[in-house]
Design a protein around this ligand. Structure first.
Ligand code: NAP
Length: 280
């Protein structure tokens, strides 16, 4: 008797992961490959994508590079089509590429909305929201041909919580959740599941400004009931779950993965809080 396929695996699936050059996207690409998927890897930096590709190949799977700048109109469509051509179709999309408003050197620009620049807002929306819509629009034609289609949009805790000094980011991430819900319902009878994944504070390049500053990091983790930063691999495992047949009845959800930040405890847990670095 042959064993039933493991629903937590993705053997033979064809998956596009954006933002796969580092952080959560790199960890997700590796997790999907170890679960048996072949990968198309996208980001702007081809050298870093090659490092992810080597890890995918170490797991015994194929990796195709489909680089591109998702801030540029038309690039999301090219990335999707190149991925589908390289893999001969698409079953899984993990659209993970995302940005905070940043200076030239990559340092995030965290200022209140009233002090922010419209150009920063536009860039965040171009990458985090417009590219999400363009990518999903283009992917639809490929996903309808799949018998196990799943889309995971990497949103954020910022999409469900107030985010002072990160208003553009929070608005873009909330919009991704709304898009996931609409597409999940619209595409359900076409066999395509769509979910949003909402990580909390995760240790990547994006958050280096915070975890490398002790007062800020201590303040942030004091508000995490689990008391620490997430590692990218902890987010990747849940992205894999959402993409896999194990989540076959799960669609249209915003799965918050934040160590408990969003659970109100009313102070009853008695977790001590250090003085706020934001206090005037
Ligand atoms: N870290 C956290 O605490 C956290 C929490 C919640 C949600 N998230 C979300 O998780 C996702 C991954 O974040 P991360 O923390 O892993 O960030 P990261 O380390 O900064 O990685 C961001 C990824 O997006 C790619 N990217 C950035 N701008 C791009 C563009 N214009 N076109 C194409 N690709 C682009 C980057 O590659 P290149 O630079 O090579 O293009 C990189 O692969 C993001 O959507 C983020 O909003 C992160």
């Amino acid at each position: 008797m042959t064993a039933a396929p493991d629903p937590f695996r993705l053997d033979g699936a064809r998956a596009l992961v954006t933002g796969a050059s580092r952080g959560i996207g790199k960890a997700t690409a590796v997790a999907l490959a170890r679960a048996g998927a072949d990968l198309a890897l996208s980001a702007r930096t081809s050298t870093a994508l090659k490092e992810t590709a080597a890890l995918v190949e170490d797991a015994g799977r194929t990796a195709a590079l489909v680089p591109g700048d998702l801030a540029e109109p038309g690039v999301a469509e090219e990335v999707v089509d190149e991925a589908a051509t390289a893999l001969d179709g698409l079953d899984v999309i993990v659209h993970n590429a995302g940005v905070l408003p940043s200076q030239e050197d990559g340092t995030p620009t965290l200022v209140p909305l009233q002090d922010s620049q419209q150009a920063d807002w536009d860039h965040v929306m171009a990458v985090n929201l417009n590219a999400t819509a363009a990518l999903c629009r283009r992917a639809h034609r490929h996903l309808t041909a799949s018998s196990r289609a799943s889309v995971v949009l990497m949103s954020s805790l910022a999409g469900v919580a107030g985010t002072p000094r990160m208003e553009a980011y929070g608005a873009s991430k909330a919009a991704q959740i709304a898009l996931a819900r609409s597409l999940a319902v619209g595409w359900a009878r076409q066999g395509i599941r769509v979910n949003a994944l909402c990580p909390g504070w995760t240790r990547t390049d994006m958050t280096a400004f915070a975890y490398s500053l002790a007062p800020l990091s201590d303040w942030l983790t004091a508000h995490v009931p689990l008391g620490r930063w997430a590692e990218p691999e902890e987010i990747a495992r849940v992205a894999l779950f959402l993409a896999s047949p194990a989540a076959s009845y799960l669609t249209g959800q915003a799965l918050v993965l934040d160590g408990g930040v969003s659970v109100p405890d009313g102070g009853l847990a008695g977790i001590p809080k250090p003085p706020s670095p934001f206090a005037a």
